[in-house]
Design a protein around this ligand. Sequence first.
Ligand code: ACO
Length: 426
Amino acid sequence: AENIGIRAIEVYFPSRYVDQVELEQHDGVSAGKYTIGLGQSKMAFCDDREDISSVCLTVVQSFMEKYNVSYSDIGRLEVGTETIIDKSKSTKTVLMKLFEESGNFNVEGIDTTNACYGGTSALFNACQWMDSSAWDGRLALVVAGDIAVYASGNARPSGGCGVVCMLVAPDAPLALEFPLRGTFMENTYDFYKPNMSSEFPTVDGPLSVTSYVRALDNAYLAYIDALEKRAAESAASLDSVDYLVFHSPYTKQPRCPQFADVQQFKDIAREDSYTNKVLEKAFINVSKQAFAAKTKPSLLAASNIGNMYTGSVFFGLASLLTEVSSADLQGKRIALFSYGSGCAASMYSFRVRGNTEEIAKALDLKARLDSRTKISPVEFEQIMALREKTHNALEYEPQSDVSKLFPGTFYLQKIDSMWRRAYGRT
Ligand code: ACO
């Protein structure tokens, strides 16, 4: 198959959000800490009616209806998520419920997990299947997303929730540039989820930030090396890339300070550069223009929804297709940087070679973001407390009002005495 890549995208995020200015006031932190310091304006969240299975069911069914794709045309379905409600049963198998009516049970692919990186691994798997002799000619779906919640405290405003469903197909308008990749993986304890009885991660915030920058630096250099060696692009640099979409835990993080050429810091050791605040400010300053042109259009969803872990980088892509016209994107290279704590990171790229307008129209991202309802920080905290209390509950029937959900949303009806979950749809 030729030009394998992303042919269509649908996203789902919850109908309610908390405003970050109001959250600053409510939390008693200095004005600007979440909005300027983290660069966040709104944060999406769910009540006890939604879990990782329900949000994935919602996005897949919505994708199939919008793009009029048949379940019998799908030969592979991959899920990238780190929101785990079962140590054995995958989210993929729950999604197979949607395939029942079509009679198509011949669907490869399963869940992939490592913090925010699983979606990228799932996408690579789907594209590589299509590029291999194992491919049977059918299409692939890649689902990536999470419910990102933190314990109350300084990490809580960096939560969020969102999932994406992407169709991987030949002749795609976003063609994956196959050999052009740079990966960096190492053993770090920056963000992890060892406590099986809690929905919250264990986080070393400062280490996660440094680890992100280290991984970015290394994956970027490996990607540039691939451009030079495998695409024979001599003197490859940031100029070789038209758009740069980042995993965005909060929009301050991807200000790409690494790529500037600031001579005064040339003697600083590479390792020290990851934590040097003076250097960071200087780099942000000189890369302002590049940031505005190459990255800012991809941050629409991240600043309005918050972190979506595995979904984040793809919401960045969806934002870019929303903010930049199909005509302007033609022939351009879009690089993605995916970071998952622990850590696993890759930089890779797509070449735009077809109309992206239909995707932007189907996403309808701005109107959908604007159609949400604002909830007060007090109610947000009550809902977070309810999620915490009912996490892992047995024989549980959520009481939260399903009319608060967007139409077409799957919701949890009950968990029975054997932890089996039943879902309905609004
Ligand atoms: N006005 C403007 N800026 C402010 C204000 C204010 N009133 N107050 C603080 N700030 C700035 C700080 O100067 C800092 O900016 P800087 O990094 O440029 O110095 C920024 O806001 C954050 O404030 P801090 O006090 O440094 O950080 P805090 O202790 O609140 O925690 C953190 C921030 C670590 C990101 C926390 O939210 C966290 O742990 N989040 C989860 C982990 C995470 O998202 N890591 C990112 C990569 S891994 C992943 O994707 C999960």
